[in-house]
Design a protein around this ligand. Structure first.
Ligand SMILES: [Zn+2]
Length: 393
């Protein structure tokens, strides 16, 4: 039945799906020759060749030096995701800092701009446009821009609905507004969803079907991938673990409630506690530097933060049964023992059978990579659905 359905799909769609399969193969196993692509995708040489030609024309892939491995025929040139002739832009909006980066389709980051997050939405937009334009150089095709931001994002409407740590964007349409000004395709994603894609494309989640990313830097965000698919919920609001109340009489949260997990289990919460201990404000990066130099004893405050964070870790493990959780937190830079301590505290709270199947790892990717991965994934998706033809086919 599946074969019959496949044969009825219009050739144009099959062409697009083959292009996507070629891109996926190059992302996962590239660089590859045309022959290597045929082997890797199980698609016929002619169909692969047509897809490669279309992708070269669209500048999504590039042809490099000849394949050095011995072959029977003439050596095939190697194909890879574009890094020279085309670029994508990534933009990260955060509570205190914004960043814009240029990158290849291969995800390699090039030039970055950072600036403090402006007070108003209009100023944020203006700064993003100005820095993006500086990165849109002549001679390089800019394929589009991926935008990563915190808070609730209505995927279908493209609206930033509510961001407890970045209220400037509430009710706004940042991707649409950037598209109007820059005249390139844009898309936006929740930052932890973007981190999930980055972790799969460039980090430690390669080949893992069920995993979660827990971002505990400013707010506490959760991205979940089940059977290879991002868990979005009805409107795209899923994953707001940070706004589960853990202390009914706790501190006020940016969302309007009190005692949310993110008020006690994040880098920002730790920095606030340490600022109180020191009697002067420190950022998490300052605090980590002081700890590493042996100039600040933060053991008790770190223990409290990790203990609260372990509540969130256990919730993720118990509810989603992931094969891995990638933790994104600057406090982990303070010493290797911190991740081990978090694992030990999590083990006290999570259900043992689910925990025993779950690796707890440091996230390797950054939000900038997330913004880039988000747009690259969007490019791949616009070509067509993923073909599930594997090497064994
Ligand atoms: Zn909250």
């Amino acid at each position: 039945v599946a074969f019959d359905l496949f044969s009825k799909l219009r050739p144009a769609l099959i062409g697009k799906m083959t292009q996507r399969a070629v891109l996926e193969a190059l992302r996962e196993r590239g660089p590859l020759s045309r022959a290597g692509l045929t082997r890797s995708t199980g698609i016929s040489p002619t169909t692969v060749s047509n897809a490669v030609n279309s992708l070269l024309k669209a500048k999504l892939i590039e042809e490099g030096e000849a394949n050095s491995e011995p072959t029977l025929g003439r050596p095939g040139k190697l194909l890879r995701l574009a890094s020279q002739g085309a670029q994508v832009l990534g933009a990260v909006l955060d509570a205190h800092q914004c960043q814009v980066v240029s990158a290849g389709v291969d995800g390699r980051l090039k030039d970055t701009f950072s600036f403090p997050t402006p007070e108003t939405y209009e100023e944020i937009l203006e700064a993003l446009v100005e820095h993006s334009r500086q990165l849109m150089r002549r001679g390089i095709k800019t394929l589009g821009l991926g935008l990563s931001l915190p808070g609730l994002i209505h995927r279908r409407e493209g609206r930033a609905v509510l961001s407890p740590n970045l209220h400037q964007t509430d009710g706004k349409f940042p991707a649409r507004d950037l598209k109007e000004k820059l005249r390139i395709p844009t898309m936006m994603m929740h930052e932890t969803d973007a981190l999930c894609l980055a972790e799969r494309a460039y980090g430690g989640a390669r080949g893992i079907e069920d995993y979660a990313v827990l971002d505990c830097n400013e707010g506490l965000g959760l991205g979940v991938v089940i059977r290879g698919q991002l868990l979005e919920g009805h409107e795209g609001f899923a994953g707001e673990l940070g706004h589960i109340a853990v202390d009914p009489n706790g501190l006020p949260c940016g969302c309007g409630n009190r005692g949310c997990l993110e008020t006690v289990a994040t880098d920002a919460a730790l920095a606030r506690r340490l600022s109180a201990q020191l009697g002067s404000p420190v950022t998490i990066d300052d605090a980590v530097a002081l700890i590493r130099q042996g100039r600040l004893d933060a053991k008790a405050e770190i223990e409290t933060t990790l203990d609260r964070l372990s509540i969130g870790m256990a919730a993720v493990i118990n509810i989603f049964n992931p094969a891995a959780i990638f933790v994104h937190a600057h406090v982990l830079d303070a010493g290797d023992e911190i991740l081990e301590r978090l694992k030990a505290l999590t083990a006290r709270r999570a259900l043992a059978p689910a925990l025993s199947q779950c690796q707890v790892l440091r996230a390797r990717s950054t939000k900038l990579q997330g913004a880039v991965a988000g747009f690259v994934d969007h490019l791949f998706n616009t070509l067509g659905p993923k073909l599930s033809i594997s090497e064994s086919a």
